[in-house]
Write a protein that binds this ligand. Structure first.
Ligand code: COI
Length: 358
């Protein structure tokens, strides 16, 4: 695979911002695209200046949502180099999502090469500001111009880079969440465990409802009994019972988060008990009120680890840990981000150091 690179004319290059990124609003000077056709397979990728591309509005993906994506980050290390975090996990998940959505998979090494080459070109965009990072968004859409078929034999893979602050603008402060008991995100046998846009579209209505009611995020229950906690509107969820960290098991409807898995691994290593268990919402509300649930937090690439201070369910409120950040949450946050940013030695081999040489 040869990656063709067309660098931006320096006169056209955007200045590199150093702070106040928000999330997903600013994009670097370059992007990568790679086309696939049923006849020829994957073509050589191209890197070119970031900008709009011409496309027909009949693209199948725009109508039938055959789309998948990934989210991973590059972190600025204290020595000035850059870390990618568990990038192989994202690449593997991308291929699993592709298979589920009947899209072509991509050779893992080639996918990595695409990310690293683009990253190296725009390496200066990896922020040095604390808690910020460069979000990497590999995406694939069905790109055949037809509304007569759900899918065709043409696909477009692309990667965007975006300097970001943590997803929740409130920072590392507890958020309030609304447990949705009417609408559901995903059902077993569906696409809940694939990273596909439809799952996110399905969360918009309930999230708006939650925000209108004064909450920050929605918590989903299972689609059959509306009883067991699954995940949140774009991230996983964990509970702390004393020294035990509990999260719902991956039963086919939950996104297998890389951050979620890292927390389970890290938690065990730090001496906590770790369990993947079904969590009945009625038990959970009672356990929070009884003080048995000592902490709760959301986790994901974008959200990192976000403490949860309050749950609303069927008109009842339950406050966790007096709406304060808990010790276990803080411990996990410090360890995880320490490894990601290269402040703590990586004892798990999770990071890939990028040298910025193109
Ligand atoms: C991520 O955490 O990477 C996601 O894709 C979540 C999205 C809501 C930004």
């Amino acid at each position: 695979m040869r990656i063709d690179i067309q660098k931006i004319d320096p006169a056209q290059a955007k200045p590199i911002p150093t702070e106040g990124f928000g999330f997903g609003k600013i994009f670097t000077n370059h992007m990568l695209t790679r086309h696939y056709s049923g006849a020829d397979g994957w073509m050589n990728p191209q890197i070119e200046p970031y900008g709009p591309i011409p496309m027909e509005l009949s693209l199948a993906s725009l109508h039938y949502a055959q789309e998948i994506f990934e989210g991973t980050k590059a972190y600025r290390r204290p020595d000035g180099a850059v870390n990618l975090f568990r990038i192989q996990e994202n690449i593997k998940r991308f291929n699993r999502s592709a298979e589920r959505l009947a899209m072509p998979t991509m050779d893992e090494e080639e996918h990595l090469d695409c990310i690293v080459t683009l990253m190296n070109l725009d390496e200066a965009w990896v922020p040095a500001a604390p808690k910020s990072s460069l979000y990497i968004r590999p995406t694939m859409i069905s790109s055949e111009a037809t509304i007569g078929k759900m899918s065709g034999s043409e696909f477009l893979f692309f990667i965007l880079l975006s300097p970001v602050d943590p997803y929740f603008a409130t920072g590392f402060k507890p958020i309030s969440v609304f447990v949705e008991d009417e609408f559901v995100r995903a059902v077993r046998g569906g696409v809940g465990d694939a990273k596909t846009g439809g799952n996110y579209a399905a969360s918009v209505f309930a999230t708006k409802k939650a925000i209108k009611a004064g909450y920050k995020q929605v918590v989903w229950l299972d689609a059959i009994e509306r009883r067991y906690v699954e995940e949140m509107g774009g991230m996983n969820i964990c509970f702390v019972y004393g020294d035990q960290i509990v999260t719902p098991p991956l039963n086919g409807t939950i996104l297998p988060g890389v951050t979620r898995e890292s927390i389970l691994h890290l938690g065990r290593d730090l001496g906590y008990q770790v369990a993947e268990e079904m969590i009945d919402i009625n038990d959970l509300m009672a356990d929070i009120k009884a003080g048995k649930v000592t902490e709760a937090f959301a986790c994901g690439t974008a959200a990192v680890i976000a403490p949860i201070g309050q749950f609303g369910y069927k008109g009842e409120q339950a406050v966790v840990n007096d709406n304060q950040v808990g010790q276990v949450t803080k411990h996990l946050y410090d360890e995880l981000t320490g490894i990601q940013y290269g402040r703590i030695a990586d004892r798990f081999g999770w990071t890939l150091k990028i040298d910025g040489v193109n």
